[in-house]
Design a protein around this ligand. Structure first.
Ligand SMILES: O=C(O)CCC(=O)C(=O)O
Length: 297
């Protein structure tokens, strides 16, 4: 049974992103949300606990290998969506982190204005994660909403359709201009709302970021991407298995990038999850998505 309808595929081609509704079931969401709050040592209903001192460096949460995070990665509907986009079943999954963006607090209290013109106000300003040397590579990224997310709640934000123009835009920039420093907001950014359980998948050439949260509830997200397995790359396979088995940080924050020419392996580190966690149990699909078992050839 296909996950992406004909209309979804047309939407993907035209806009550079697509939303997969109910990509994972409510019990997965509940478990992941609980694990994130536990990991952060914060109370979901206690706003005072959301703003620790010293402040968190960003919205990212270094939870990579918890059982529930793996349950979402190995959920068949999530995998099916990526495999339809790539046109192959032989995929590996990235081990990206999760995030928690609390309502934006300025020194004078809760902010109530969405800064649609100033990307620097966003917790993740508009950017590309791919190298911008041409020809641009094909890469896909994904964000699984773990909370119902309105436009004002720090929704994923992108410039729909710009993936068609990125290459030409780069070509026309004068050589002394850094494309990553340009004001991407002027291209017409759009926040993409969604329900808990919705998975947004986007193309790497699409400028994107996390919007500012001016609502009253935190937004929680798990980042998930998949890419064709690296056949015969034993080094990367062992690196991935080690990261999963020992719950190490660094193994896949750039998982998607390992496919790309500039992808480099980040040194794996033992942090909080290493001490706290247990190695996640994988399904037969999960074992293949990690690289523990090989896809049939
Ligand atoms: O959190 C989001 O909505 C955007 C995430 C993002 O910018 C990224 O994964 O590169």
């Amino acid at each position: 049974m296909k996950v992406l309808s004909k209309e979804d595929k047309m939407f993907w081609d035209e806009n550079g992103y697509v939303v997969i509704n109910k990509a994972v079931p409510p019990e997965n969401i509940k478990a992941t949300v609980g694990a994130i709050w536990d990991f952060l040592e914060m109370e979901p209903n206690s706003p005072e606990s959301w703003y620790p001192h010293p402040p968190r460096p960003g919205i990212g949460v270094k939870l990579y290998h918890h059982q529930t995070v793996w349950e979402n990665r190995q959920y068949p509907r999530v995998y099916q969506a990526f495999s339809e986009i790539w046109g192959t079943e032989k995929l590996w999954v990235s081990f990206d982190q999760v995030s928690m963006s609390p309502p934006d607090r300025t020194t004078s209290g809760l902010s109530d204005k969405l800064y649609m013109e100033d990307s620097s106000k966003q917790p993740i300003p508009m950017h590309w994660d791919i190298p911008l040397e041409r020809p641009l590579p094909f890469a896909v990224q994904g964000a699984l909403y773990l909370t119902d997310t309105t436009e004002e709640m720090g929704a994923f934000t992108c410039v729909p359709g710009f993936h068609h123009k990125t290459e030409a835009w780069l070509k026309n920039l004068s050589p002394n201009v850094n494309p990553r420093k340009e004001n991407l907001m002027s291209f017409g950014v759009k926040p993409i709302p969604g329900k808990a359980g919705d998975l947004i998948i986007w193309q790497g050439t699409l400028p994107h970021g996390a919007g500012q949260n001016i609502a009253h509830h935190p937004r929680l997200v798990q980042y998930i991407s998949m890419f064709p397995e690296k056949v015969d790359d034993e080094d990367t396979r062992n690196y991935r298995i080690n990261a999963w088995r020992n719950r190490l940080v660094g193994g896949g924050a750039w998982g998607v990038m390992h496919e790309l020419p500039f992808g480099k392996k980040v040194e794996l580190r033992e942090e909080k999850e290493y001490a706290l966690g247990q190695t996640a149990v994988l399904s037969s699909l999960g074992r293949k998505l990690l690289g523990l078992d090989r896809w049939e050839r």
